[in-house]
Structure formats: structure tokens, C-alpha cells
Design a protein around this ligand. Structure first.
Ligand code: PMP
Length: 422
């Protein structure tokens, strides 16, 4: 079959200029399975992007797909606002027994609307309500979403400028290693809090990513996170961990903060929680924070029941033991080894790597190089995206379920792409 392309595609004539990923990967995708996507010409691409972290278990996982098809076929509820349904009950019971109880996490579960930014908005609103204060502290290079509350705690100047209104009641603090280890951690934050002349209103909460996914794969050290949790406790501020991108096993454990041994007051989850790429998000909080009035926060699409079905199947399939965690840590170590080899071969001092579990960043001093590497990788059939304020980092986010052979294939393409852009 020959596909004749119109001079300008409907994506260019009808779809808004705001589109972005399709510019980096200029083809029309048709199908996907496991760790691969296929375009309409039948060319396949190995996916080291995984729906920006929404496809930790790969595309169209057969077990999840079966559960979804069975549910649809028996006329299971699709849309239900926050009505009680059998699908929601099964999800809550499974989330409680497979995730919360084994970790002794006491959280209440709120369904705030289908996207990550919905969970962040709910978290910020709840923290402000609980503490009766408006100020929230965020971190340099943070990313928390595109709605106004989330943008106000997001660092990126380009994204912030899009708000069109002042983004207020938030103060950025240096993320771990922002000052290159030249000052003791939290010295500035602690000083502002104790000094009545500092101009910092007492914050209701601090919101943090344990690894900044969009901000350049910046990894907070466990001891830094523990110090932050301690600071929050001492200074009566709630700790919100935004686990939208790093949760659901990306770093090994189900929650990315487990390694540090901290228990945040509020946690946001989305992306891979449905396990199938279906929109779903959660805001989790300690029971004493459950001070919502019925209906005080709502939304039409909080009850995406097909997502509850695939989420339950994902927890049953991947979280009944530590198998996925062990595999993630093992494959992560393999990625780290390859990245060290790539950096050594490249030889430039500005070429560095960092990460944890199955999220890794490869940074280049020349910020155009990361984009060039991603373009080259695409030509060789590998999807990887950039991250960081100058798009200076190649971000590796493969499905956690990819096979060792797929991992080797992707790493080989990456190595070749870096070499070709040297
Ligand atoms: N928080 C974090 C840490 C994220 O990475 C993202 C998305 N990249 C969001 C929030 C926003 O999620 P969504 O795009 O689903 O609104």
C-alpha cells in the first residue's frame, strides 16, 4: 500500500501550534505493544519514553487489556463521577492491601480528576485549608503541571510565562545540589524561616519531587529528603511529595520516597497508576488531614472506572511481590553502566549522567547536543526525549517491563547516537 501524503497534513492545518512531541517524532503512530510503537508505514520504534512515565508496564499489556475488554463487554460502568462502583471498590481494596498496608502507610485516598495537575491542585488546596496559610515552598527546576496552582510551584520560565496572570503565594528554594554542594543543605530555607525580617510568610507546605523528571533528572539524595521531612515537622509545614512521574515503581519501590524512609503528609500519583495509559490520578493524605467537606472539591471525570479496572489488574500483576522492583534495580544498574561508558568515551567534562531505578539523564554541556542525540536516536528507531531548563539532558524512561534484549538494543542505539553527534 502506498500512502500519499497531502502537502500539509491535517495535524498542521487543523491542530494547534501548541503540539510538541509530534514535532520531535514526525511520523503517524498506529499501534503499540509492550515496549514498541509502530507507525502507519509499519516501522517500529523502541520506546524509552513510555508516555512520559504513564506506561511503566508497557503498551497494551495483555493481562490489563483482557481485564479491560472483559469489563467493557459485560457493560461495566464507564463513567460514574464519585459514585460507589464495584470497580472502584476493587481498586481501593487492592491499593490498600497491596500498596498501603504492606508499607504501613495510613493514607486516605482522594480521586481529584484524571490528570497529574488535578492531583497537585487538590494537594495544594488541602494543605492551605489544613494550615490556614497561603504560602507554599517549591524547588528550583520543579515541574508540577500546567494549571495555575501547579504552575505557581513550577520553575520553568517559559511554562510560567504562559499563565498570563501573576503566579503568587509560592517561594522557590534551592533543590538538592542546586548550589553545587557549596553551602550546607537548607541553610537558606532554615534562616528565612527563623528570621522575622526575611519576608517569607510561614508556608503551609513544601512540595517536592524526589527526582525532578522534567527539570533535568535531578536526583535528591535520601539524606536531603530526610532533612527536608525533619524541617517540615519542626517548622509545622506539610510535606507534599509529587510522585506523579517517579511513583508506581519507576525508582524501584512503588513510591519514590520509600528509599529515604520518609512518610510525606500528602502524596500525588497519576501517570502509571492506571497501568494502561488511561487517565487517572490520586491524592493521598494522612487521615487527620481529611478535613474536606463533602463536594468541596469535585470534578466530572473523577470516576474513570475502566482506569480503576486496569489499575487493579496492574497492582495484582506487578505488585504482589518484589519481582518488578528487583528487575527495575537490576536493569537500572545496567543503564548506569552504559551511561558511564558513554560519558567516558565522549570524554568532555560536561558530559555527565545521573538517575535512579529506571529513570536516567545524560547531560551535555552544549545544550543543543541532547536534542541532536534524540533526533539521531529517532532515526535509528528509538524514542527518547530531552528534559531540563535548556533541554540539555537526554531522559531515559523505558517501560519497567522491557526485556534485557530490548534494553541492550536501546542502549546500543543511544551509544551510537551520542557517537554520531560528537
Ligand atoms: N507532576 C509531575 C512531577 C509531572 O511530571 C507531571 C507531568 N509531567 C505533572 C505533575 C502533571 O501531570 P499532567 O500532565 O498529567 O497534568
Amino acid at each position: 500500500m502506498t500512502i500519499t501524503e497531502p502537502l500539509l497534513s491535517v495535524f498542521e492545518t487543523v491542530e494547534s501550534e501548541v503540539r510538541s512531541y509530534c514535532r520531535a517524532w514526525p511520523t503517524v503512530f498506529e499501534k503499540a505493544s509492550g515496549s514498541r510503537l509502530y507507525d502507519e508505514r509499519g516501522r517500529d520504534y523502541l520506546d524509552f519514553f513510555a508516555g512520559a512515565g504513564s506506561l511503566n508496564y508497557g503498551h497494551n499489556n495483555p493481562v490489563l487489556k483482557r481485564a479491560l475488554l472483559d469489563y467493557i463487554e459485560r457493560d461495566g460502568i464507564t463513567h460514574a463521577l464519585d459514585m460507589s462502583t464495584t470497580a472502584k471498590r476493587a481498586f481501593l481494596e487492592t491499593f490498600q492491601s497491596k500498596i498501603l498496608a504492606p508499607r504501613s502507610l495510613p493514607y486516605k485516598v482522594m480521586f481529584p480528576g484524571p490528570t497529574g495537575t488535578n492531583a497537585v491542585e487538590a494537594a495544594l488546596k488541602l494543605a492551605r485549608k489544613a494550615k490556614g496559610r497561603e504560602a507554599v515552598v517549591s524547588f528550583t527546576n520543579a515541574f508540577h503541571g500546567m494549571s495555575l496552582g501547579s504552575l505557581a510551584v513550577t520553575g520553568n520560565a517559559f511554562k510560567r510565562a504562559g499563565a498570563g496572570v501573576p503566579l503568587v503565594h509560592t517561594t522557590p528554594m534551592p533543590f538538592d545540589n542546586y548550589l553545587g554542594g557549596q553551602t550546607p543543605d537548607f541553610i537558606w530555607f532554615e534562616r528565612l524561616l527563623e528570621d522575622q525580617g526575611s519576608g517569607l510568610n510561614h508556608p503551609a507546605a513544601v512540595i517536592v519531587e524526589t527526582i525532578q523528571g522534567e527539570g533535568g533528572v535531578n536526583v535528591a539524595r535520601p539524606e536531603w529528603l530526610r532533612q527536608l521531612a525533619d524541617l517540615c515537622r519542626r517548622r509545622d509545614m506539610l510535606l507534599i511529595v509529587d510522585d506523579v512521574q517517579m511513583g508506581c515503581g519507576r525508582t524501584g519501590e512503588f513510591f519514590s520516597f520509600e528509599e529515604a524512609g520518609v512518610t510525606p503528609d500528602i502524596v500525588t500519583l497519576s501517570k502509571s497508576i492506571s497501568g494502561y495509559g488511561l487517565p487517572m490520578s490520586l491524592c493521598l493524605f494522612k487521615p487527620e488531614l481529611d478535613i474536606w467537606e463533602p463536594g468541596e472539591h469535585n470534578g466530572t471525570f473523577r470516576g474513570n472506572n475502566p482506569a480503576f479496572v486496569t489499575a487493579t489488574a496492574a497492582l495484582d500483576t506487578f505488585w504482589h511481590d518484589g519481582g518488578l522492583r528487583d528487575r527495575t534495580l537490576l536493569q537500572g544498574a545496567r543503564i548506569e553502566q552504559t551511561l558511564s561508558e558513554i560519558c567516558a568515551e565522549d570524554g568532555r567534562p560536561g558530559t555527565t549522567h545521573r538517575g535512579r531505578g529506571m529513570v536516567w539523564g545524560l547531560e551535555f554541556e552544549d545544550s543543543t547536543r541532547a536534542t541532536a542525540v534524540c533526533r539521531q536516536a529517532y532515526e535509528h528507531g528509538l524514542l527518547v526525549e530531552t528534559s531540563g531548563p535548556e533541554s540539555e539532558v537526554v531522559k531515559l524512561l523505558p517501560p519497567l517491563t522491557l526485556t534485557p534484549a530490548e534494553l541492550e538494543e536501546g542502549l546500543e542505539i543511544l551509544t551510537r547516537s551520542v557517537r554520531e553527534t560528537a
